[in-house]
Design a protein around this ligand. Structure first.
Ligand code: APR
Length: 320
């Protein structure tokens, strides 16, 4: 069978890391696209020259023309600008919305059958706009945020409890902003829900609260340290997990920004929820039962996303 074709729209820090991991994992042939000449060509040649060392047989190519992404099975979008210290993800909206329009039109013209994963921030609004600009079906356009936020949550829990990251399942839902919703009751270490870990003395309630707070500010913590941009290793790995579940029809349950049609009482917007990702794209949304406190946190987070959607509509009246 022919290799899968993976188009990476944006060849910056995350795009380059995606190309590296996709080639190393032998996920398929990689096309790196960027508006800057030389960067996608240089990064793809550099990684191609590493394939004999990896021992993987994949082709990599850098392009500046959307024709190069023709026939892509997966498109992962990181085109746009990242934040700098002192900026929120929302500050990126004006610039990145224009980028989403160009990217959406490029995908529509050249890769209409692709499964599209958006990473560009502010995530929930950008993936919502990208779906409309591309005209692709909702089940084939999703956003990467929850896998990353949940991975941060899992890492902090592993560090605190001394338990393997593999035995920690944690869920962060809602919008990809500072009011995202870490689902404490539904997250487990070795099968035990987090409140039970507090009961058993693995950590205090204050320590758990501190982990939740650090998870919410996880992106900003990296921005403050790097000073020149935002996180890229963990975001790239998270999107690769989503692409792999689609390409291999693994049907993993991954927290992703997906289009809701009544689940969690919401319709007509993208927000982070657990979803089954397989060959059909988004095959199903999993609904966690929520108590009043979780409902209130979810509603607050969703309000932030709706505010960003309204701001987008003000700039691009074609959006609805
Ligand atoms: N079309 C294609 N590529 C573009 C466009 C465009 N219209 N505009 C900008 N780019 C490219 C830039 O040239 C750059 O190579 O997008 C790339 C972005 O790379 P970085 O600046 O390194 O940003 P990165 O860290 O990869 O983050 C990308 O993901 O997590 C989010 O907030 C982050 O929105 C940001 C995005």
């Amino acid at each position: 069978m022919a290799r899968a074709k993976i188009a990476l729209i944006g060849a910056g820090m995350i795009g380059g890391t995606l190309a590296h991991v996709a080639a190393r994992e032998e996920l398929g042939d990689v096309i790196l696209f960027d508006i800057v000449e030389g960067i996608p060509q240089g990064k793809s040649l550099d990684i191609a020259e590493a394939t004999p060392v990896f021992g993987t047989d994949v082709a990599l190519k850098g392009v500046n023309d959307y024709a190069g992404i023709a026939g892509a099975d997966v498109c992962i979008v990181t085109a746009g600008v990242p934040r700098k210290p002192g900026m929120s993800r929302d500050d990126l909206l004006g610039i990145n919305l224009k980028v989403m329009k160009a990217v959406g039109e490029g995908i529509k013209a050249h890769a209409p059958n692709a499964f599209v994963i958006c990473i560009t921030n502010p995530l929930d609004a950008m993936v919502w706009a990208l779906q409309q600009f591309s005209g692709l079906p909702h089940n084939k356009v999703i956003g990467m945020a929850g896998v990353l936020d949940s991975a941060r949550f899992r890492y902090f829990l592993a560090e605190k409890t001394g338990v393997s990251v593999e035995d920690i399942h944690a869920w962060t839902l809602g919008g990809h902003g500072d009011d995202m919703v870490p689902m404490v009751r539904h997250s487990t270490v070795g099968g035990l829900p987090l409140p039970e870990l507090v009961n058993q003395g693995f950590m205090t309630q204050e320590e758990l609260d501190g982990i939740v707070k650090r998870t919410r500010g996880g992106g900003g913590e990296i921005v403050a340290l790097l000073k020149t941009g935002s996180a890229y290793y963990a975001p790239a790995e998270s999107a690769i997990a989503m692409a792999t579940s689609y390409l291999k029809d693994k049907k993993r349950v991954l927290p992703c920004a997906v289009h809701l049609t009544g689940q969690y009482g919401l319709s007509g917007l993208y927000v982070g929820v657990p979803a089954v990702i397989g060959a059909g794209g988004v095959e199903r949304v999993i609904e966690f039962p929520t108590n009043d406190e979780e409902k209130a946190m979810f509603a607050k987070s969703v309000d932030s996303v709706k505010g960003l959607m309204e701001a987008c509509k003000g700039i691009e009246p074609s959006l609805k």
